[in-house]
Design a protein around this ligand. Structure first.
Ligand code: NI
Length: 213
């Protein structure tokens, strides 16, 4: 009797230990989850805080700012030329959108802004964007200018050491495609994995002045 009681106690102790450990584990996960930066904030968070300002260099070496493109709808995508998948996918989608819009897309300017100025020279950007579509303009610049642009767009990016990548590092970054209106105001984000049909339809409605996007 006594022995089974003490065994019961031992079992109870073990159970409490398991519950305690699970609690600590969950708390730790929750803390990690909350402190981890969200690479893609919600549309509402974006609309209230994004200022679509930048001053950078185009892939042909010209200085360009947000004011340069006033009067046009902008599709802005941040990334880097060494990106293995997300950036090529996003740019291929943007290229398809431009093809689908055809002459209707004259008022749309796609911009690809580098968050890896160390490797992305204007020459590297020229080679990269021209592989996707002649209408895409690549923008890069000094580290501070790129950081300022990313901050204004609330874009998250971070260098990650990775021995298997060129120069031993890769970049994590926000993957949304930003729509900016002709007055330079943020309108909405598209997912880089959205279909070109969906983005083209949304843009057509905007270009025709119909409020719904
Ligand atoms: Ni990328």
């Amino acid at each position: 009797m006594r022995r089974s009681l003490s065994r019961l106690r031992t079992v109870r102790h073990i159970l409490w230990g398991v519950i305690l450990l699970a609690g600590v584990g969950l708390g730790g996960f929750e803390l990690w989850h909350r402190t981890r930066p969200d690479p893609n904030p919600t549309a509402q968070e974006m609309a209230s805080s994004i200022v679509a300002n930048f001053t950078l260099s185009t892939h042909t070496g010209a200085t360009a700012s947000d004011a340069t493109y006033r009067g046009r709808w902008l599709l802005v995508f941040f990334g880097f030329t060494h990106c293995p998948d997300v950036c090529p996918t996003g740019l291929a989608t943007i290229a398809q959108v431009m093809d689908e819009l055809g002459p209707e897309g004259e008022a749309v300017q796609p911009l690809f802004i580098s968050i890896d100025p160390e490797r992305d020279t204007p020459e590297a950007m020229a080679e990269f964007v021209s592989a996707f579509h002649p209408r895409i303009v690549g923008l890069t610049g000094a580290t501070e200018a790129v950081a300022a642009a990313a901050k204004n767009f609330r874009v998250y990016y971070e260098r990650v050491e990775d021995a298997s990548s060129p120069n031993g590092y890769t970049m994590e970054h926000t993957t949304s495609i930003y729509l900016i209106d002709p007055e330079g105001r943020f309108v909405k984000p598209y997912s880089y994995s959205a279909t070109s049909e969906d983005i083209a339809d949304s843009l057509r409605r905007k270009l025709k002045g119909k409020g719904q996007i």
